[in-house]
Design a protein around this ligand. Structure first.
Ligand code: NAD
Ligand code: GLY
Length: 366
């Protein structure tokens, strides 16, 4: 098992990464001195696969455990579902010393994390992420949120977990489409921050996309991504500056995701956003075509990312970008790639440049 520390002073925590470690949650939880009452928040898909070992382990460690199950899907990541969950937490008698345990992908982690951030003005929570997206990104860094009719992740809070426990074996039951979607963030982490990760992906992308790598290598890959993200979060917990680099590909990607009516997975849209934003960087002379080609080849080699959705309209994407919460005082902010491990901020990207980049992606998309 590998441990990645996230050093945030009094809000510090560890991320444990290993295979077959779900049943260690009880002892790890108790070692941290977390509350005697816990509520596991999950959905029926994940509960059928992984609830038993998690609940048994907590109960065997003497924790009074209840379970809250919410419907599966981004469309349920809402304030209405939060109210339902919090009602069940009250019903189960959770108090200020209790703890929420999230068990699932990024939707469950973000939403149950937000419940923990706001229940009785904030209680502890533990993340057990079970998708690639959640293991390499969503469970790390304390961003919790739900969607609003007027925008994704519009209502949320920074609330760091007390522990993240990542069992990489859970990825084996994940649909291939979700594995590939999660790879967009993995490619992003390498490009914005880490040559070693990029080299690993260049060597082994096809095997990674099929999860046909040794368990130790998979653990290394997940821990590496957590280390990269933790390093950024430690330097800028609440996104005043450096943390914005994690939004590479997201300024256009989020708008593409919305314009697709959420038919595209988050990572599928982000991969298209990275392709568009790399084109903008090349056209501005910030980035070489060699870096853009390397990125686009990695995306294509996943065997599932980089496909355009013909229902996405360019003008809709541009309009949606203006209302993105990454815009500050009406100015749309971009993180552009300068080369592997190099990023440049720009708030000087015109609608014409965005339109040209979207046309390029449509023509390039496989
Ligand atoms: P998701 O949570 O919807 O999970 C995808 C699907 O996989 C769901 O149907 C889920 O039930 C199922 N699933 C989960 N684990 C499984 C397993 N081990 N085996 C089989 N099926 C499994 O989607 P996601 O891609 O994990 O997360 C996307 C969400 O994460 C979005 O809401 C996004 O906004 C959020 N996110 C948050 C952050 C952050 O920093 N907080 C970062 C990235 C993404
Ligand atoms: N997923 C972007 C962030 O955590 O800042």
């Amino acid at each position: 098992m590998k441990t990645v520390p996230v050093n945030l002073g009094s809000r510090s925590y560890d991320i444990h990464v290993g295979h077959g470690i779900l049943d260690r949650i009880g002892t790890t939880y108790v070692d941290l001195g977390l509350g005697a009452k816990a509520a596991i928040v999950t959905n029926p898909t994940v509960a059928a696969l992984y609830l038993n070992p998690v609940q048994r382990s907590l109960e065997a460690a003497g924790i009074d455990t209840s379970v809250v199950t919410v419907p599966d899907g981004e469309e349920y990541k809402t304030l209405e579902t939060v109210a339902t969950i919090q009602g069940e937490l009250i019903q189960a008698g959770l108090d200020r010393t209790s703890c929420v345990v999230t068990l699932g992908g990024g939707v469950i982690g973000d939403m149950a994390g937000f419940c923990a951030a706001t229940y009785m003005r904030g209680i502890d929570f533990v993340q057990i992420p079970t998708t690639l997206e959640a293991q390499v990104d969503a469970s790390v860094g304390g961003k919790t949120a739900v969607d609003h009719a007027q925008g994704k992740n519009m209502v949320g809070a920074f609330h760091q977990p007390k522990l993240v426990l990542i069992d990489t074996e859970t990825l084996m039951s994940l649909p291939k489409r979700d594995v590939r979607s999660g790879l967009a963030e993995v490619i992003k982490h390498g490009l914005i921050r880490d040559q070693e990760l990029t080299d690993f992906l260049c060597d082994r992308m096809e095997q990674v996309a099929e999860l046909e790598i040794e368990a130790e290598d998979l653990d290394w890959l997940i821990a590496k991504n957590c280390e990269i993200k933790a390093g950024v979060v430690e330097a800028d917990e609440t996104e005043k500056g450096l943390r914005e680099i994690l939004n590479y590909g997201h300024t256009i990607g989020h708008a593409i995701e919305s314009a697709s009516g959420f038919r595209l997975r988050h990572g599928e849209a982000i991969a298209l956003g990275m392709m568009a934003e790399a084109k903008i960087a090349v056209d501005k002379g910030v980035c070489g075509t060699d870096t853009m080609d390397l990125q686009n080849q990695l995306i294509s080699r996943t065997g599932g990312l980089g496909g355009w959705d013909d229902r996405v309209q360019d003008n809709q994407v541009i309009e949606l970008m203006a209302s993105d919460k990454k815009a500050r005082e009406g100015v749309i902010r971009f993180v552009l790639l300068g080369g592997v491990g190099q990023t440049v901020h720009s708030d000087d990207v015109s609608a014409d440049e965005i339109a040209t980049s979207l046309q390029y992606v449509r023509e390039t998309a496989s």
